[in-house]
Design a protein around this ligand. Structure first.
Ligand code: NAI
Length: 338
């Protein structure tokens, strides 16, 4: 039975990489019943808002979405449509796996899953200016909101993810030495949850600055990483850089009632409309979606075909050093599906 799924092609390179991804999914025999919807700049153009009700209702119904990158038009009342979508559906865990598949890259043996808290921290949107004398913007204050419940569910998700995917270790990344309350709470909740998994999943901790250095010096020591929102945002781009860049980095936004799968990268306005974007990140995001709905078989089939295409090195998009178009690359992936 085809699985109902909301499909948001998105803005910029979004529609190009979405078409490529759908053709790869179809070739692997994955059948989804796509409900096409718009958001971001396409949402403003079609329905006058970056977050149309129809799109939100569709996600509420299907509880599953594959989404291209979205542009947040200035002056539409949203800081970021992506952040707003995550908060609307309470998608508390952002899962970003990174594995080196490009041969001859700078690092070997990188296989990291970064799990970022997705709804709290400095992204809670609690910001304001403070007037001093006649300067209304003399200072600015942002609140990093960390709750026990929010910390516990994302750390638990990381441990459950580790168990499900046969991972050995969860590393909690924090800055509790300085931010003793907010980061301290995240860390102490993490230590308590970790004790429940004692003997099944190993646990260690790193301070964010040391983690950043270690990730560059010896990335192979990391397995699953769990951290708060802003650190996760920064580290996930760092981690994607270890394995060949944004064109290869998928992400999953997981909540209790819905899950949205997307590429980590944005709309790439500099190459939009040229048909040269790398669709790998969205294809890999679709694989995470297949994992999520229990179709690990087809997910692995596509992942193997994508890896074989990249390792063959003949048909690659420009960001990977080749000259192939988006659709030529997708066709090459399809030809490797066995
Ligand atoms: P970006 O990720 O769109 O682009 C950064 C660089 O990476 C550009 O040179 C671009 O050409 C390249 N790139 C990105 N994806 C690529 C791909 N698949 N193939 C080949 N090259 C690729 O980041 P930028 O320029 O900071 O943001 C552009 C827009 O995207 C902004 O409006 C931003 O708000 C939005 N954005 C949306 C996201 C989402 O929907 N999840 C995430 C990040 C940014």
């Amino acid at each position: 039975m085809p699985i109902p799924c909301t499909l948001i092609p998105g803005d910029g390179i979004g529609p190009e990489i979405t078409e490529a991804t759908i053709s790869v999914l179809a070739a692997a025999g994955a059948t989804f019943d796509w409900e096409r919807q718009v958001a971001g700049a396409a949402g403003v153009a079609a329905r006058g808002t970056p977050m149309p009700d129809e799109t939100l209702e569709s996600i509420r119904r299907t509880r599953l979405a594959l989404k291209g990158p979205l542009e947040t038009p200035i002056g539409e009342g949203y800081r970021s449509v992506n952040v707003a979508l995550r908060q609307t559906f309470d998608l508390y865990a952002n899962v970003r796996p990174a594995r080196d598949i490009v041969p001859g890259g700078r690092f070997e043996g990188v296989d990291i899953v970064l799990i970022r808290e997705n709804t709290e921290g400095l992204y809670a949107g609690l910001e304001h200016y403070i007037r001093i004398g006649d300067d209304p913007q003399a200072a600015a204050e942002s609140v990093a909101l960390v709750t026990r419940v929010g910390s516990e569910r994302v750390v638990r998700y990381a441990f459950e993810y580790a168990l499900r995917h046969n991972r050995k270790k969860v590393t909690l990344v924090h800055k509790a030495n300085i931010l003793k309350y907010s980061q301290g709470l995240f860390r102490s909740v993490g230590q308590r949850v970790a004790r429940e998994y004692d003997g099944r999943v190993a646990y260690d901790e790193r301070i964010i600055d040391a983690a950043a250095m270690q990730l560059v010096i010896r990335p192979e020591q990391f397995d699953v990483i769990v951290t708060t929102n802003l650190f996760g945002d920064i580290l996930s781009d760092l981690v994607s850089g270890l394995v060949g860049g944004l064109g290869l980095a998928p992400g999953a936004n997981i909540g209790k009632d819905a899950a949205i799968f997307e590429a980590v990268h944005g709309t790439a306005p500099d190459i939009a409309g040229q048909g040269i974007a790398n669709p790998s990140a969205l294809i890999l995001a679709a694989c995470l979606m297949l994992d999520h709905v229990g179709d690990r078989f087809r997910a692995d089939r596509i992942r193997r075909a994508l890896e074989a295409t990249i390792k063959a090195g003949r048909i690659l998009t420009k960001d990977l050093g080749g000259t192939a178009t988006t659709s030529q690359f997708a066709d090459a992936v399809i030809s490797h599906i066995s």
